[in-house]
Design a protein around this ligand. Structure first.
Ligand SMILES: [Zn+2]
Length: 406
């Protein structure tokens, strides 16, 4: 394997989460007795450019099938974030109704509807057919395809070039980033802006968010390796913002080379990465050690509650929860079931551990004592919404960075 940014083949592994099934592959009852494919989940650092990435790529055709179960409109926190995203981009770059915005990996169109409501022409591109269908139904024109050169050429023929191209929580999902930048070059207006958003490596390490590591997340973003990468592709990272969503994300603003002044925040953040030594093997090994400790303490907490006769279930079934359950081997030995709001997951079974997925109401009807909160990034919103469970004496376990009962 070669580094997905610089092509160097000297990659140092530092965290091995074992083999796990794809985190979004929820099973129907009939599949429970069939073989299930597990793939290696190992994280490496490039010794040349320091980019942190997975060592093994599961074919995207396996990961993003027509039954992809993630809808970005499921949480209020997410919807508010994306609306503010659209608003700030409109202001920063003085967009008008003539301007064309493309979102790659647009999901059900939450971000694009923010641009649409403010008058822009929009187009979504998302390979999950069921998700693209929901978007189209909601009035967000969406092509159900993987973004590639053919798609890029067709889009500019039909709509012209885009002033803004966004890739929110999708840049890290793409294997061939060099090819992606060529296709961005095709669709982007001469003065256009490419905006990337995704979880920031600094927070992944500092807050021990190891469960955000799964096969869809091929890369873990930081500025130090990305600045030369964009330069090599004829682009320039000229601005950056940080956000709390998904446990700490960065938004990168990229233009064609030498089109914009580089903001001082870019250099400040690169220096911060250097001072924190986030790319050093020492830091990365220390992180891996803490991950192992987290697994042990979470398991011993769950075992001791179970021995006291408590009933435990997991609440929310995000992809990251599947890494946690599979890596820690938390199945029906410790949990009764998992609950979810998304109807795309309810009545299915979790990949690997095969826990049944029920609606949130089961927490109360099945008299659950402890709810293990898998979507800790939306913990305030989830805990606020489960009033009946709380009023009945239910407690929450937040697994990360250290397991705590609240
Ligand atoms: Zn590299």
């Amino acid at each position: 394997m070669r580094c997905r940014l610089c092509g160097h083949d000297n990659l140092s592994p530092f965290l091995d989460l074992g083999f796990t099934p794809p985190a979004d592959q929820f099973l129907i009852k009939e599949q429970l007795n069939e073989p299930e494919t597990y793939y290696p989940l190992t994280v490496v650092r490039c010794d040349q450019c320091f980019f942190v990435q997975l060592s093994y790529v599961v074919h995207p055709g396996i990961l993003y099938r027509n039954d992809y179960p993630y809808e970005s409109s499921m949480t209020r926190t997410g919807v508010t974030h994306f609306d503010a995203f659209a608003e700030s981009v409109m202001e920063m770059f003085h967009l008008s109704s003539k301007d064309f915005v493309i979102d790659i990996g647009s999901n059900v169109g939450v971000l694009l509807s923010g641009f649409k409501n403010r008058g822009c022409r929009i187009l979504g591109i998302d390979p999950a057919e069921n998700i693209a269908q929901i978007a189209n139904h909601n009035g967000i024109p969406t092509l159900p395809v993987f973004f590639n050169n053919d798609v890029a050429l067709n889009v500019i023929k039909k709509h012209g070039k885009a002033k803004i191209v966004t890739a929110s929580n999708v840049f890290a999902h793409i294997d061939n980033l060099n090819l992606l930048m060529k296709d961005i070059d095709t669709v982007l207006d001469e003065d256009g802006i490419f905006i990337v958003e995704g979880p920031y490596l600094v927070h992944l390490l500092a807050k021990l968010e190891y469960d955000t590591i799964y096969h869809e997340h091929l890369s873990y973003l930081s500025l130090l390796p990305l600045i030369p990468f964009f330069k090599k592709c004829g682009f320039e990272l000229f601005d950056v913002r940080q956000f709390d969503i998904h446990g700490g994300s960065i938004r990168l603003f990229v233009s064609r080379a030498l089109k914009r002044d580089v903001s001082p925040e870019v250099n400040e953040l690169v220096n911060y990465e250097k001072v924190q030594k986030i790319h050093s093997m020492d830091s990365l090994f220390r992180f891996a050690e803490k991950v192992e400790i987290n697994r042990r303490s979470l398991l011993s907490l769950l075992v001791s509650l179970k021995e006291q006769g408590k009933k435990i279930a997991a609440v929310s079934a995000p992809a990251k929860g599947m890494t946690l359950l599979n890596y820690c081997k938390i199945g029906n030995n410790l949990l009764e079931f998992v609950t979810e709001k998304s109807t795309l997951k309810i009545n299915k079974f979790t990949p690997g551990m095969h826990l049944p997925v029920l609606p949130d109401s089961a927490l109360v009807s099945e008299k659950i004592d402890y709810a293990l909160l898998l979507a800790w990034n939306f913990k305030d919103e989830i805990m606020r919404n489960l009033t009946e469970f709380k009023d009945g004496g239910g407690r929450f376990i937040i697994p990360i960075p250290e397991p705590v009962v609240v």
